[in-house]
Write a protein that binds this ligand. Structure first.
Ligand code: PXP
Length: 268
């Protein structure tokens, strides 16, 4: 069944748009620790939707450590907001994407031994491998997004590949905050802002994500070039204490506050 919600239109030029995509992978991580059906990531996705998520993100890893093929089928069937399917650039994942037809496919680098997606995709070096894959996704009407470092070479590579969307990796920015290295934190923020603008200038829709928390989300949400933030792990942890709906509602509030004041500043 098709996603019931209208997929987001072309919002490249509309700085008032800042969507929140909720990544539910780690509900599946907890479920898989015991191998049974609980907690159910699809139930989490439905709750996230109720709490105001604009989209659901799920990463079907090659080793199926959290999300499973069945989860993707159920998400596709049950949620009303767009599904952003995170995938490695492999023929197995391409076949699944073409079968499930999510709204968007975000191509991420994947290493089996990593704990999480540690860096951006090197879209520039992998052009020849990625080109047929992105072409087939595009031909199937799946919105292609590339998860890249905030770097001009990677933005150019995305344009060459015909990807309409890029997601900038915020991992270094968030790690700097956790390490208390505020100089790097600010330098990374400036780099994210510059590359969000550089992406817009190239006609790309620019998203951001990885490691964002209540402490780090506002400077990113204030970057007017971003149209979507994808957030998972922190919110799932926070949900243990306050519930999923509350944790998402608070994130949304912080994002909106930051975006509204940035818009006001830009027009005053
Ligand atoms: N965006 C992408 C492309 C990701 O791969 C991930 C997590 O793997 C996220 C966003 C969300 O990151 P986090 O779970 O750290 O919030």
């Amino acid at each position: 069944m098709a996603n019931k919600a209208n997929p987001p239109g072309n919002s490249v030029n509309d700085a008032s748009v800042l969507r929140l995509g909720i990544n539910i992978d780690h509900v599946a991580t907890v479920r898989n620790a015991r191998g049974g059906p609980h907690p159910d990531p699809v139930r989490a996705a439905l709750l996230a939707e109720k709490a105001g998520a604009d989209g659901i993100t799920a990463h079907l890893r090659e080793d199926r450590r959290h999300i499973t093929d069945r989860d993707i089928e159920r998400l596709r069937r049950d949620i009303s907001v767009p599904l952003n399917f995170e995938m490695a650039a492999t023929s197995e994942m391409l076949d699944i994407a073409l079968r499930e037809k999510p709204h968007a496919a975000c191509i991420v680098p994947e290493k089996r031994e990593e704990r999480t997606t540690e860096g951006g995709l090197d879209a520039a070096s992998a052009h020849n491998r990625l080109a047929p894959l992105t072409r087939q996704l595009r031909e199937a009407d799946i919105r292609v997004s590339l998860f890249i470092e905030a770097d001009e070479t990677q933005l150019d590579a995305a344009v060459l590949l015909g990807a309409p969307v890029v997601e900038l990796h915020t991992g270094t920015y968030c790690d700097a905050f956790l390490a208390g290295d505020m100089e790097t934190f600010e330098r990374e923020r400036v780099r994210l802002e510059a590359m969000a603008n550089a992406g817009l200038e190239r006609g790309l829709e620019v998203h951001a994500g990885h490691g964002l928390t209540y402490d780090t989300v506002q400077p990113v949400a204030a970057i007017l070039g971003f149209r979507e933030l994808n957030i998972g792990h922190f919110l799932m942890g926070e949900a243990l204490f306050v519930g999923l709906e509350q944790s998402i509602a608070k994130m949304r509030r912080l994002m909106e506050q930051a975006r509204q004041s940035a818009l006001q500043k830009a027009t005053s």
